[in-house]
Design a protein around this ligand. Structure first.
Ligand SMILES: [Zn+2]
Length: 245
């Protein structure tokens, strides 16, 4: 399983794209969260890594929660799939995100289309194929077996434990510091963890105080612009990083 860091910043960043990952295994790609200007995000990761990450090679996107820095790109990606590729976007998300993402976020810009002569009312299923990411058991998406954990955050948010090819990746999504989440990750080969300010995010100091074995398996994302990348005792991911999990 390969992990590509597409974005590493927080919602206020002026240095980075907002946090997003791309997973790859056996030629299958799964986007994890979807920042705005997603094709530009992919182009930047392609330029930095020397590899090609084009939108037509990514049909599946998992949205961890409905905060804009994690899903503002969904509208543009779904329009691209419809108009450029004649497809629907495969959207993987919890029942709570599915319950909010159309009526609470996307219906205003996507709920009608003009065909040159008249308006057409559009509904969720004309743009998206939904795979429910349940809270119990595993959800299979291509070669990825995904378990979800409800994090401590402002809105329902899925942390992920993804297994493919005998390797396991943990991703915190957005969360307050939560020992229960670290227990959920168990002996994951790699853990991508957020850090940021405020009661619904994880302070860097809490992660820096973890044991050396856990820190060695951990990489940081969603860090504030002022995070000291050199002094960080947990390695921060950089955009365009490609890791073999
Ligand atoms: Zn959030």
């Amino acid at each position: 399983m390969r992990l590509i860091a597409l974005g590493v910043g927080d919602t206020f960043t002026e240095k980075h794209h907002t946090t997003a990952l791309l997973l790859e295994h056996d030629g299958f790609r799964l986007g994890i969260d979807c920042p705005d200007r997603y094709r530009r995000v992919l182009a930047d990761a392609s330029a930095r890594s020397g590899q090609s990450f084009k939108l037509p090679t990514i049909d599946h996107v998992l949205v961890t929660h409905v905060h804009g820095d994690h899903m503002n790109g969904v509208e543009g990606v779904a329009f691209w799939k419809r108009f450029a590729e004649g497809k629907r976007l495969e959207l993987v998300c919890s029942p709570e995100v599915r319950g909010a993402i159309w009526d609470g976020r996307l219906v205003a810009p996507m709920g009608q289309l003009w065909d040159g002569q008249r308006f057409h009312s559009m509904h969720f299923g004309e743009y998206f194929v939904h795979t429910e990411l349940g809270w119990d058991g595993a959800t299979q998406v291509g070669p990825f077996s995904i378990r979800a954990y409800r994090t401590v955050h402002h809105v329902p948010t899925s942390a992920l434990l993804v297994t493919a090819g005998g390797r396991t990746l943990g991703y915190s999504a957005d969360t307050a510091f939560d020992p229960g989440l670290l227990a959920f990750f168990g002996q994951a080969d790699l853990i991508v963890h957020e850090t940021n300010h405020g009661p619904a995010h994880t302070p860097y100091a809490a992660l820096a105080a973890l044991g050396a074995d856990l820190r060695a398996r951990m990489r940081l994302v969603h860090y504030p612009d002022e995070h000291d990348l050199v002094a960080s005792v947990i390695a921060p991911l950089a955009e365009g990083d490609v890791l073999e999990v």
